[in-house]
Structure formats: C-alpha cells, structure tokens
Write a protein that binds this ligand. Structure first.
Ligand code: FES
Length: 89
C-alpha cells in the first residue's frame, strides 16, 4: 500500500487541491488501484509553492502539481513509487 497525501492547507487549497484529489480518484479507478494507493489529505507541509499543490508520495514531497502536469506526475512519479513499495513489501 502506497500512501499519497494531498495538501489541503490554505495555500494549496486555493491552487486546486480539490481538483487534484478528483484526478487521483479517477486515475485510481481507471487503473484499478484503489486498494493499492491510499489517498488522504494533509495539512500544510511547509512547502507551499507559487504554483500548484503539494503532494506527498510515500516519504517524498512533491510541489507544484497542477491539473496540467498531473498525468505526467502520476505516470512518472506515483506509479514508479507504487512499484517500488510493492517490491519492498
Ligand atoms: S498549504 Fe500546502 S504546502 Fe503549505
């Protein structure tokens, strides 16, 4: 199980946390990963960015996630992190 936390602190919230959560939910459904990736909200991680939302994947913090770069982020960061966590389990 990979934990993904989407920041819903006030800075990230106004930059689109809700839209990012929705993107995650539909991607997990599309890939049938609802039981492998756990999505939750987090408070401010102290990494507020000028653009986009902060997302913590496992132990790594990523900033600047937007609906424009979400697909790239999911394919290039989240899926490899899931693969890695499955190998370690
Ligand atoms: S509000 Fe999200 S990192 Fe600060």
């Amino acid at each position: 199980m990979l934990n993904v936390k989407i920041c819903i602190g006030s800075s990230c919230y106004v930059k689109g946390s809700q839209a990012i959560i929705e993107r995650f939910q539909s991607k997990l459904k599309e890939h049938g990963l609802e039981k492998q990736i756990n999505i939750s909200g987090s408070f401010c991680t102290g990494k507020c960015n000028r653009v986009g939302v902060t997302v913590t994947v496992g132990d790594e913090i990523y900033t600047g996630i937007t609906t424009d770069n979400f697909n790239e982020f999911f394919a290039g960061t989240v899926l490899p992190a899931l693969k890695k966590s499955n190998q370690e389990a």
